[in-house]
Design a protein around this ligand. Structure first.
Ligand SMILES: C[S@@+](CC[C@H](N)C(=O)[O-])C[C@H]1O[C@@H](n2cnc3c(N)ncnc32)[C@H](O)[C@@H]1O
Length: 615
């Protein structure tokens, strides 16, 4: 197959036969209808129908192959199909025979106008000039709005099952009802024929095969003046391009869409072998979008994604900080997460960043959401864009993201029928492929966060279990003596006894007091974690307002002695002082109060039994 022949226009009366492109009479008639108006279809194409894809195109058996002489230049790409603008169905053409007040109404969406227009032409049947095209359009779809309740159960726990399908159905139903009412008020005849089934079909034809008018028909401003019946409304609307829309989707297919003032063409830059299906590329679409709009999915879709909506917003001072963060400009109501690659284990992963795997604005929102009072104050007093905010904060972000994904995954698993109930039909198969893709992304994301949590800033953190391993005396004291507890009342009013401090925090509190005062007094206490403690203690001593002596200046001793808090500090001081030979000097409540404040500011629980102190 070489270069295409010159475009054919209307046939001469004498030239009565068309090239045979399809054994299907309907398809052949469609081709002739398009070519007759100045369209074109490469002789190397054969149109047919298959069970999986519906109507499709392949390289005809008589063609050697289809090749765009391999030139990289778009100008030399091979034209597969051209549809003239006169055969493109849209609100521009043919002019809708709907009341002007309806077409110009601002309370009827552009989408609804397009749907009613399509319904009208479907109802006109042979009387519509577009009948050779319209009669071949599908009547039923595998999009979830066509799923039975039983089939919908297969989507339970996914975004589609959790509300996206219901919400699209509501929006379309609302549009249909409003449109119908408006047409009734305007005394249009036969309005009852525009029933919900027909409207749903028209809307689904648009989601599954339309192109946006902005792309196909040029700039809206020019078009508005050409279409007074739209009342100057320049919003984009869906358009249908006969023949061009026959090609099915394959990710990464190299294809060129060429909108021209009087036509729309598809051109290939690939070499296609005999019998091979010729695909279009609908764009980098994830299975959720494909299933929802088109009713199919791609197995192992290379551009699959997980849509996450975040409605949580920072409050108070954190909200003020968020307003100042640069990444806020990149904020989106929905983030699309792709499957993570396994990150390699790093000794001290200074070079790994959460942004390598997650959208910048999402990571940054979490930085503000999980910031503690101390971190908020330091952002208020310093650079509000500081990144990372602190080691603790960065780990807290990873833990927060992990919790969000884990929650989503557990909902998906809770309703998962794919492993227990065989698929009853094609729709259930589609649902399972989509579900599995969502699961794979979530599992990979959790794995990636676990790798991050395990390796991030290893030189600037100390785990409570490592710390305890250095101090056998403290470890056996903790084993033998229960941590002091206090009584509180839960929501039902029942009394509950709970430890006043977690074991992880207590270990760090005790170690901090030991290491800090050893350095403060110059006695040079030694520990295997000296590198960490040297950096940690000097940071505390150098940060204004954090050194122990500074915090003691304005303390009102009498007030402290009376407080309930004071009793708690006392019980902790007594507990710590009972650890044999651990501290150089007896601890007071002031020591405990100060150290506990630092620990709260700088500690984070990575797991139930691992609390890390961070620099
Ligand atoms: C633009 S139309 C393509 C022509 C269509 N096959 C037809 O019968 O008219 C899009 C529709 O084709 C089908 N389709 C496209 N790509 C597909 C694919 N990779 N796998 C399965 N079905 C596909 C879906 O039904 C989709 O809604």
């Amino acid at each position: 197959m070489g270069e295409p022949e010159a475009k054919r226009t209307k046939l001469d009366a004498a030239d009565t036969h068309y090239h045979q492109y399809s054994e299907d009479d309907g398809l052949q008639a469609l081709i002739e209808w398009v070519v007759e108006a100045g369209g074109y279809i490469s002789h190397g194409l054969e149109l047919y129908r298959d069970k999986i894809h519906g109507y499709s195109a392949k390289v005809a058996s008589h063609a050697a192959s289809i090749t765009s002489n391999r030139s990289k230049e778009v100008a030399n790409a091979l034209t597969l199909i051209t549809c003239p603008t006169t055969r493109i169905f849209s609100l521009f053409n043919p002019e809708p025979d709907l009341p002007a007040a309806f077409l110009q109404s601002s309370s009827i969406s552009q989408h609804a106008k397009a749907c009613f227009h399509l319904c009208q032409h479907i109802l006109l049947e042979e009387k519509s000039p577009f009948w050779p095209y319209l009669r071949l359009l599908p009547r039923s779809f595998n999009t979830p709005l066509y799923f039975t309740d039983h089939e919908m159960e297969r989507l339970a726990g996914t975004n589609l099952g959790a509300g996206d399908v219901a919400s699209r159905a509501n929006i379309w139903k609302q549009e249909w009802e409003t449109g119908l009412q408006s047409l009734r008020n305007l005394s249009m005849q036969d309005v009852d024929r525009y029933d919900w089934d027909l409207y749903l079909r028209a809307a689904t034809i648009y989601t599954s095969r339309s192109f946006p008018s902005k792309l196909v028909l040029g700039t809206p401003a020019t078009s508005a003046t050409q279409t007074p019946w739209l009342g100057g409304n320049v919003e984009s609307f869906p358009v249908l391009i006969p023949l061009v829309d026959i090609l099915n989707h394959k990710p990464n297919t190299k294809i060129i869409w060429e909108p021209m003032p009087s036509s729309f063409s598809l051109k290939t830059t690939e070499t296609l072998s005999i019998g091979a299906q010729i695909f279009n590329n609908y764009g980098p679409k994830a299975n959720e979008e494909l299933l929802m709009g088109y009713g199919f999915v791609i197995l192992d879709n290379p551009v699959d994604s997980l849509a996450m909506k975040f409605t949580v917003a920072p409050r108070g001072p954190a909200a003020e900080i968020w307003q100042k963060r640069k990444s806020k400009e990149k904020w989106a109501p929905v983030f699309y997460l792709s499957k993570s690659a396994r990150s390699e284990a790093h000794e001290d992963a200074k070079h790994i960043a959460l942004e390598n795997d997650w959208p910048d604005a999402l990571v940054d929102l979490f930085r503000v959401l999980v910031a503690n009072d101390y971190e908020i104050q330091s952002l208020q007093g310093g650079d509000p864009n500081q990144t990372p905010v602190s080691t603790r904060n960065e780990l807290a972000v990873a833990i927060g993201l992990r919790a969000a994904i884990t929650q989503k995954l557990s909902i998906l698993r809770k309703f998962d029928k794919s492993t227990t109930t065989p698929q009853a039909n094609d729709r259930e198969k589609l649902a399972d492929v989509y579900r599995q893709g969502q699961k794979d992304i979530m599992v990979s994301k959790i794995q990636n966060l676990d790798d991050f949590i395990k390796s991030y800033a290893l030189g600037r953190r100390l785990s409570s279990s490592d710390c305890l391993a250095q101090h056998s005396g403290l470890a056996s004291h903790l084993d033998e003596h229960p941590i002091p507890s206090e009584e509180y009342y839960d929501e039902d009013g029942s009394s509950v006894q709970a430890e006043i401090i977690t074991k992880g925090e207590l270990v760090h509190l005790a170690a901090l007091l030991r290491e800090y005062f050893a350095r403060d007094s110059g006695s040079g206490n030694t520990s295997q974690n000296n590198g960490f403690w040297d950096k940690f203690v000097s940071q505390i001593m150098e940060t204004p307002g954090l050194a122990f002596a500074e915090t003691q200046q304005d303390v009102d001793v009498n007030e402290m002695e009376e407080s309930e808090e004071q009793q708690i500090y006392q019980s902790l001081a007594d507990y710590c002082n009972a650890v044999p030979g651990f501290f150089e000097k007896p601890l007071t409540t002031a020591h405990i109060s100060w150290a506990w404040g630092i620990v709260r500011m700088k500690c984070i629980d990575l797991t139930e039994d691992d609390t890390v102190l961070t620099i």
